[in-house]
Design a protein around this ligand. Structure first.
Ligand SMILES: *Cc1c(COP(=O)(O)O)cnc(C)c1O
Length: 419
């Protein structure tokens, strides 16, 4: 097996280097490899599997659709699957939350929704610059990469990445308000050197950036600044939307309404490619076909998405996540935090980080590898990969969640004993 991958596959492959087994089956939060070994999944496809692997109801809806020879490729032509997803978004998702958005289906992957959002913001406001934050991740295509802060990925572009200005995120200073004061000074000072922006793009919780949870008041003040200065607010909810934070949309906890919202990863329910841009109706200003694409309508993903959104409402997944949030937080604070005085635990809902950067930068990789040896899969995040990221599927059985946390505890005890 390894020989084929070594010989044939591009050097760019990444996750398989940390988890060098061949995964064959997935069921909720359990993975099975070719040898029959089982793993607990605290990675959830980087956030694409909030409903777990192969959720039976979502899978059934998709199988039925396939079985009946329903249309699979239709560009953005009318289909019942597209119509049903739109009406489910309207009635089950937006109306109960008092939100009004138009839906743009973008190319298949998250970065396509980000590209569309940046392009539309520039068109609407007739300004080229956009503000992004330190620690941000928005995707790998050139426009989205320009709004992503990681220098390693940026160097990969091979061309200058422009038309974005980075400002400090809330956690760049001891007092989060300082970042807003600086932002406001940039907007008002005609010698700030930063062109007045069309939009500000942000994650309310930076996931790749190291599990940085923006405070509610910070988000509210940022929204007020956008209003005051006529700047669009784009929330990138690709990773922490679809329930991850304890609400379907990550901005609900702050009671704010962004002008545009990007969704992808878990929005299709089963991990099929789908990416959507939610747009306030008054700024829905693309001309027909002005931003186009062949694969803007994976009908199977539409069916999965409709079923997943209905399931979300039916199960009241907000409360499921909030309940598990309490379990995870309590476990980490009781069992992991006391292991070292310089360990930092951060998170919300079902995304949590163990930050060991103040102890020794190499610890996180040892923790990840130690966990994998004991059949627990999780990923690293943050600056220099120094934050271990816990992101189990939202519907993980409580028993499996506790089993995974106990493996993590044992590995942390082992590794941190040497530090
Ligand atoms: C994953 C991610 C993206 C990019 O999505 P892709 O499907 O990888 O293109 C953009 N923004 C955020 C916040 C993400 O986590």
């Amino acid at each position: 097996m390894d020989q084929t991958f070594e010989r044939m596959e591009s050097n760019v492959r990444s996750y398989s280097r940390n988890f060098p087994v061949s995964f064959v089956k997935g069921s909720n939060a359990t993975l099975t490899d070719q040898e029959g070994n089982q793993y607990i999944d605290f990675f959830a496809g980087a956030g694409a599997l909030n409903f777990g692997h192969n959720h039976p109801l979502i899978k059934e809806a998709i199988l039925e659709y396939l079985q009946e020879d329903n249309i699979l490729h239709a560009l953005d032509m009318f289909t019942p699957a597209r119509e049903q997803l739109l009406s489910t978004i309207e009635n089950d998702l937006l109306k109960p939350r008092n939100l009004t958005y138009r839906v743009m289906s973008c190319g298949p992957t998250g970065t396509n929704a980000v590209e569309a959002a940046l392009k539309l913001a520039r068109k609407v406001k007739q300004r080229t610059n956009i503000i992004a934050f330190s620690g941000a991740f928005h995707g790998m295509s050139l426009g989205a990469l320009a709004a992503s802060s990681d220098s390693f990925s940026r160097h990969g572009a091979g061309v200058p990445l422009g038309n974005i200005s980075f400002l400090p995120y809330f956690n760049a200073f001891p007092d989060p308000d300082l970042s807003l004061e600086y932002l406001e000074s940039v907007l008002t000072d005609d010698h700030s050197g930063i062109d007045f922006p069309a939009a500000i793009i942000l994650e309310t919780v930076q996931a790749e950036g190291g599990i940085n949870v923006a405070p509610v008041e910070w988000l509210q003040k940022l929204r007020a600044i956008c209003d005051r200065y006529d700047i669009l607010m784009i929330v990138d909810d690709i990773q922490v939307g679809v329930g991850r934070t304890g609400h379907f949309f990550s901005f609900e906890r702050a009671g704010i309404v962004p002008d545009m919202v990007t969704l992808s990863k878990s929005i299709s329910g089963l991990g099929l490619p789908l990416s959507l841009l939610l747009i306030k109706p008054e700024i829905d200003l693309f001309q027909p076909a002005e931003h186009n694409g062949t694969f803007r309508g994976n009908q199977l993903a539409f069916v999965g998405s409709k079923t997943a959104i209905q399931l979300y409402q039916k199960l009241d997944m907000d409360s499921i996540v909030q309940k598990k949030e309490a379990l995870i937080k309590d476990f980490l604070e009781t069992n992991i935090k006391p292991l070292h005085k310089d360990i930092d635990i951060r998170g919300i809902g079902m995304i949590w980080g163990i930050d060991t950067s103040k102890i020794d930068g190499s610890i996180t990789k040892k923790l990840q590898q130690g966990c994998f040896k004991r059949n627990l899969v999780l990923e690293k995040a943050g600056r220099k990969d120094q934050v271990l990221k816990l992101m189990p599927p939202l519907l993980i059985p409580e028993e499996t969640l506790m089993e995974g946390l106990n493996i993590l505890k044992a590995v942390c005890e082992d590794v941190l004993a040497d530090h």
